[in-house]
Design a protein around this ligand. Sequence first.
Ligand code: CDP
Length: 240
Amino acid sequence: MPTARTGRRCVVAVDGPAGAGKSTVARAVAARLGYIYVDTGAMYRAVALLALRHRIPPDAVSQILARLDEVEIRLEPAAPGEPNRVYLDGEDVTDAIREPEVNAHVSEIARHAAVRERLVALQRAWAREGGIVMDGRDIGTVVLPDADVKVFLVADVDVRAKRRWRELLDKGHAVTLEEVRRQLIARDVQDRTRAESPLRKADDAVVIDTSDMDIPAVVDEILRLCRERTARGEAGTDKA
Ligand code: CDP
């Protein structure tokens, strides 16, 4: 499990819809600050993979929970700037959780309150000592409402679809841009409209539109927000 160094170190929450650039940006921010990076989406993906492998329908929440009781989901910080490695009972499923089949099912799994409760408990425990950048859908609103810096990344849907399509092509998946776009929109709708912890900008989050920004520019903007908080002496985990 990730462990944080101690001291007055920021907690940074990065939320937003699929393909807005969250994980790339959050990873880079963590690397620059020497912080832990936690990709919470990877955890929901691991649960989706678990359900798929056991042929458990996405709405069979008690069966999913029973399986979850039997396995350990582990995130490894990996090297600075690299994606988290994800382990399901010791098996490295880092690549398997990015497969199109998981993409198609993950949002249906993530809408269950009981599933979320378990994963959120882990996420909060990892953030306790600060020095962490966490990305997801509900980090600023539910998981870490006291985060020092909250950003909500958005981007035009066509830009997001193209980014995701290129990623899938690079991995050798034969998918069309239109398919990817359709699925991304469907997932966004499901994530935004679910009853439990929907995708939503926290009231105190800063919106960054990444449509026309390159990654270093977004990273610099978040680092600036962190410096601002630290300069005001507000950041850190040793506040009351
Ligand atoms: O990388 P991408 O933006 O496509 O998605 P992800 O961050 O890997 O998250 C996959 C799915 O997990 C999302 O579409 C949500 O349904 C769910 N998720 C969530 O509900 N809450 C989070 N904190 C993170 C992800």
